[in-house]
Design a protein around this ligand. Structure first.
Ligand SMILES: *[C@@H]1O[C@H](CO)[C@@H](O)[C@H](O)[C@H]1NC(C)=O
Ligand SMILES: *[C@@H]1O[C@H](CO)[C@@H](O)[C@H](O)[C@H]1NC(C)=O
Ligand SMILES: *[C@@H]1O[C@H](CO)[C@@H](O)[C@H](O)[C@H]1NC(C)=O
Ligand SMILES: *[C@@H]1O[C@H](CO)[C@@H](O)[C@H](O)[C@H]1NC(C)=O
Length: 232
């Protein structure tokens, strides 16, 4: 008789499968954080030490979800758990200037060990750049999308800052940072899934998209887990 037809072994397999199922369901429901205002906080995102996975920290601030970078905080504008993505509202321009407010923290920096990274769905326009950028691989030509955007969006101050560039994010050098600095580019705009053929007036609101890596599977049977089924 081969193992596959051993009825006792089959029962054991079935039991193990049921145990795994009930464990992971319990672990997940125990770990999902409460809504923040009206926004669900899908696992593994974590608004506190008792829920979610603490390495996927977000903040619930008076009913609004916020995303902390190393030195700054941005409002979260959408979360898509199926694709493990969230978007933030990027920094506004300082009024009457062509400088984004987060220049004070160098732009957007994530810890290199962060489970979040900047996705390749972001089209970034760098604005008010120095001539050094002309040596970069970015598209800083007169036909770059950034010029159409500045002309059409009424960013008056930026029309006095002639060098701007565009690129698709998501390369390894931009996975965890978007630099904003006076010796580079002092402002930026980001658009998710931009259809570059559309006129600027039909572009979406500026947003920056991050993706998170899958969390490790909850360990079934370990003492810290709330598995309701007891081992045989
Ligand atoms: C462009 O950036 C530089 C360096 O940050 C800043 O001094 C200048 O005021 C900016 N230009 C405009 C039009 O705001
Ligand atoms: C960002 O924060 C780190 C650690 O808190 C600090 O060392 C660094 O100077 C900050 N950078 C900026 C540009 O604020
Ligand atoms: C720069 O971007 C424009 C608009 O998307 C495109 O037509 C042009 O070919 C690009 N130039 C380079 C050098 O990539
Ligand atoms: C960003 O994270 C996703 C999900 O873990 C991964 O597939 C992708 O390769 C990462 N991108 C970069 C540029 O590191």
């Amino acid at each position: 008789m081969t193992a596959a037809y051993d009825p006792l072994l089959r029962r054991r397999h079935l039991f193990a499968a049921l145990l795994l199922l009930s464990c992971s369901e319990t672990a997940l429901s125990a770990r999902q954080c409460a809504d923040c205002g009206s926004s669900p906080v899908p696992y593994p995102l974590s608004t506190g030490p008792d829920c979610g996975d603490p390495s996927y920290k977000v903040r619930c601030n008076n009913g609004a979800l916020m995303f902390d970078t190393l030195n700054n905080t941005y409002p979260i504008t959408s979360i898509t758990p199926e694709t493990q993505r969230l978007t933030i509202s990027p920094s506004p321009l300082i009024p009457d200037t062509c400088v984004t407010a987060d220049i004070s923290t160098g732009g957007i920096y994530l810890d290199s060990s962060s489970p979040f990274n900047i996705t390749s769905s972001n089209t970034i326009l760098y604005i008010n750049c120095t001539e050094d950028l002309l040596e970069s691989p970015l598209n800083c030509t007169a036909s770059s999308l950034c010029h159409a955007y500045i002309d059409a969006s009424g960013l008056g101050a930026c029309s006095h800052a002639p060098i701007c560039c565009s690129f698709k994010a998501g390369g390894s050098s931009t996975a965890h940072k978007l630099r904003v600095r006076s010796k580079g580019c002092s402002a930026y705009r980001s658009f998710v899934n931009l259809d570059e053929s559309l006129p600027v007036r039909r572009w979406p609101q500026p947003a920056l998209e991050f993706q998170w890596v899958s969390p490790p599977k909850p360990l079934c049977g370990s003492q810290s887990d709330d598995c309701s089924a007891s081992p045989a």
